[in-house]
Structure formats: structure tokens, C-alpha cells
Design a binder for this molecule. Structure first.
Ligand SMILES: [Fe+2]
Ligand SMILES: [Fe+2]
Length: 190
């Protein structure tokens, strides 16, 4: 990383950890990854209303609407993490989330409004987002602990748990309802 050798900002959290110079590169990587997930969360907030609108099952619509509110608190928590790092919140384009959400938009285009088949696709797309977040927050909370940023670790773990809950909720909606309804839907030749 070219900028790993750059002088640390004056408000660097290095002072808080005092673990030595080797931490600075990892710290920069951590801060960079926070910018990445900050972008992702903001992007998710823009996408969830479209998902809710496209969904048919009332449970699924509600799950998307609820997760929209939860995701707003994820953004707030990340802003607190930036504050703990002595940095201004900054988003860095996350190609992964762009790709995953684009796939979700493709599902909306390729399926018919009012069908359970579309709901199945929306759930799969949403779960890919949740799994992306789960792996990111899992890694980041661990990294925060390693770096001695205990308050940040706590915030990231709280979000991690909520992403897991959302994932389980989506699995529940698929398994208890939507998948069966979709299986009963006729194709074009029926
Ligand atoms: Fe989130
Ligand atoms: Fe999420």
C-alpha cells in the first residue's frame, strides 16, 4: 500500500494503543475498511426501499423496512467508530456491494411483480448482502480488538449481531412461506 508510509494524522489513535510502529499499517487498513463498509451501508439504505417496494409477501416487505431502520443505526455506529479513530466519516466506494445490489436489481427486472418467485429472488439477494456484512463486521470487530480499540469493537459487534438476526429472519421467511408459494406458481406454459 503506497500510502502506508504516509505520516499518521495528528489525531491518530496510535497514542491510545501505544503498541508500537507495526500497528500503523494495520490501523490504516482498519480505517480504510471502515470507509468501505460505511459506503456499503449507505448504499444498502438506498437499496432497501426498492426491495421493500418490489416484495409481495407482507412479512418480507416488513423485514426490509425494519432492516432499513436498523441499517441507519449501523451508519450511526460507524460514524462513532470514525470519531473514536479521530477521523471524519468518509465513504470509499465498495465494488462488492455495488455488484451484489446490482444483482438484486436484475432479479426485480427478470421477475414479475406480485409473484412469490420474485420474493425468493429478493431474499437470496438480500441474504448475499447480509453475508457480506456479516463477514465484514466479523473481521472488523476482531481487528478492532487486536488493535486495542475496545469501544469500536463493541459497536462493530453490536452491528454484527443485528446482521445475523436479519439473515435468520430472511431464512425464516423463505423456509416457512415464500419458497412453498413460489413452488406452486405456474410457469408460462401452465
Ligand atoms: Fe448493516
Ligand atoms: Fe444488513
Amino acid at each position: 500500500m503506497a500510502n502506508a508510509t504516509k505520516k499518521a494524522p495528528s489525531k491518530s489513535p496510535q497514542a491510545k494503543t501505544a503498541k508500537g510502529a507495526n500497528d500503523s499499517m494495520l490501523q490504516e487498513f482498519f480505517a480504510d475498511s471502515i470507509k468501505d463498509i460505511y459506503y456499503a451501508e449507505k448504499h444498502i439504505i438506498k437499496t432497501l426501499p426498492k426491495m421493500a417496494k418490489a416484495a409481495t409477501s407482507p412479512e418480507l416487505k416488513q423485514a426490509f423496512q425494519e432492516h432499513l431502520e436498523v441499517s441507519k443505526t449501523h451508519v450511526t455506529r460507524l460514524e462513532k467508530v470514525f470519531e473514536l479513530l479521530g477521523q471524519k466519516p468518509q465513504a470509499k466506494k465498495c465494488e462488492a456491494i455495488e455488484g451484489i445490489t446490482k444483482e438484486g436489481e436484475g432479479i426485480i427486472e427478470d421477475t414479475e411483480q406480485g409473484t412469490a418467485t420474485r420474493d425468493v429472488g429478493l431474499i437470496m439477494a438480500a441474504q448475499k448482502v447480509e453475508h457480506y456484512e456479516i463477514s465484514t463486521y466479523g473481521g472488523l470487530s476482531q481487528l478492532a480488538t487486536t488493535l486495542g480499540f475496545d469501544d469500536a469493537a463493541e459497536l462493530l459487534t453490536a452491528t454484527l449481531e443485528e446482521e445475523k438476526e436479519a439473515d435468520m429472519m430472511l431464512t425464516g421467511i423463505a423456509e416457512n412461506d415464500v419458497n412453498y408459494s413460489a413452488a406452486e406458481e405456474g410457469g408460462e406454459d401452465n
